[in-house]
Design a protein around this ligand. Structure first.
Ligand code: CP3
Length: 356
């Protein structure tokens, strides 16, 4: 791996907030900030298949930069998808317009785990590393670049359900019916994720976010056994591997969407993540008092609140910063921005955050 010589960083608000340092203004970024609500995204997307964009560093870089050119954001996030991991483990993933991701040959029972392959992460996901390195250069130090992955449980759900699911009625039974095989599968995914995140940091990622998008289907007991255990392992092993290779550690964000406050508290007390992402159902003051001041909180405006008037979006954003407090806080939505969101709302949201 070659050493990179990236331009100096001009805006370190999000890094300072993640470490618990003072900031002049709360940093803000938006999950799915490069996406279909932007006309320039739709334009480029109409010409290329979704995964072709992910696999072409110049295109992934261009899309990553689109929201950075338009808005006063404090971070960028590399354009990719959490489902590139199941892909390199041997499962076909298609992105169907109007449907979302489809895995035509999901794992129907534990015997199918043997269909999975152990990827060579540096080679098979090297295109993500190249996109990160290119984007770091093109950003020219304007804002930090976030790398990301899906969490093991969330990826396991996609592998078993064969796509998105509102009930997880195929994957959740595994946790009772096939406990050992569930752990075997989660560990296989975890091993890939660890190498993947280390590779992203080597390539230039300055923060890492782990998306546990299916945290909402786990009570405390299930969260501890099937999510937290692996989230913790990911954080510990990524840090270990970076230390051994003499690469500086980067702050890590866990976003267990829909997790109960008990689960969030478990994660916060463990201190394996610097930042915990919250969805919009969590009360800011309650989260702050239960999760303590050793962790930075991120979120949590309802993505649907972006459909209010621009004045109200701005007021609500300012209010959320006041409720969380400017210290140890990163403003964001409580989940990805919706494709129908007015662009003006994004401007108002960012202006509201920065007005405090
Ligand atoms: O945030 C960013 O700007 C970076 C890019 C990013 C995408 N997906 C691009 C994308 C990130 C961080 C993701 C993460 C992701 N992907 C998650 C975790 C976050 C979450 O939403 O809970 C999940 C669950 C996925 C899987 C996935 N990819 C789904 C469910 C969908 C369909 C959603 C939809 O709105 O249709 C995707 C597709 C996808 N990933 C799009 C984008 C911009 C839209 C697809 C398109 O252009 O056709």
């Amino acid at each position: 791996m070659t050493e990179h010589n990236f331009p100096p960083l001009q805006n370190d608000r999000i890094l300072r907030a993640a470490k618990g340092e003072e900031v002049d203004k709360a940093p803000v970024w938006i999950m799915r900030q490069a996406g279909r609500y932007l006309p320039e995204f739709r334009e480029l997307r109409s010409k290329h298949d979704f995964f072709t964009i992910c696999q072409t560093p110049a295109l992934a870089c261009e899309i990553t930069l689109q929201p950075i050119k338009r808005f006063d954001l404090d971070a960028s996030i590399i354009f990719s998808d959490i489902l590139v991991v199941p892909q390199v483990m041997g499962l076909t993933v298609e992105m169907k317009p109007g449907v979302g991701p489809v895995l035509p040959n999901p794992l129907l029972d534990p015997s199918h785990i043997s269909r999975l392959i152990t990827p060579n992460v540096e080679a098979d996901l090297g295109y993500v590393g190249e996109a990160i390195t290119l984007t770091r250069q093109k950003l020219n130090g304007k804002v930090p670049l976030i790398g990301f992955t899906g969490a093991p449980w969330t990826l396991m759900c996609y592998m078993i359900e064969g796509g998105g699911s509102s009930t997880l009625s195929k994957s959740r039974p595994w946790l009772y019916k096939y406990r050992e095989d569930s752990h075997k599968l989660l560990q296989m995914i975890t091993d890939v994720i660890i190498d993947y995140l280390v590779m992203q940091v080597k390539a230039g990622a300055q923060l890492l976010q782990v998306f546990e998008s299916h945290g909402d289907f786990l009570n405390l007991e299930l969260f501890e056994e099937y999510s937290f255990k692996y989230l913790k392992q990911i954080s510990e092993k990524v840090k270990q591997k970076l230390d051994v290779q003499n690469i500086p550690r980067v702050p890590m964000i866990a976003f267990p969407k829909g997790a109960t406050l008990d689960s969030l508290e478990l994660l916060a007390q463990d201190e394996s993540y610097d930042v915990i992402g919250l969805d919009w159902t969590v009360n800011p003051q309650e989260a702050r008092s239960r999760l303590g001041d050793k962790v930075t909180l991120q979120g949590n405006m309802d993505p649907c609140a972006m459909f209010d008037t621009p004045q109200n979006v701005r007021k609500r954003a300012a209010k959320i910063v006041e409720n969380f407090g400017k210290r140890r806080y990163i403003a964001n939505l409580g989940h990805g921005i919706l494709p129908e969101t007015p662009v003006a709302s994004v401007e108002s949201f960012i202006a509201g955050v920065h007005s405090i």
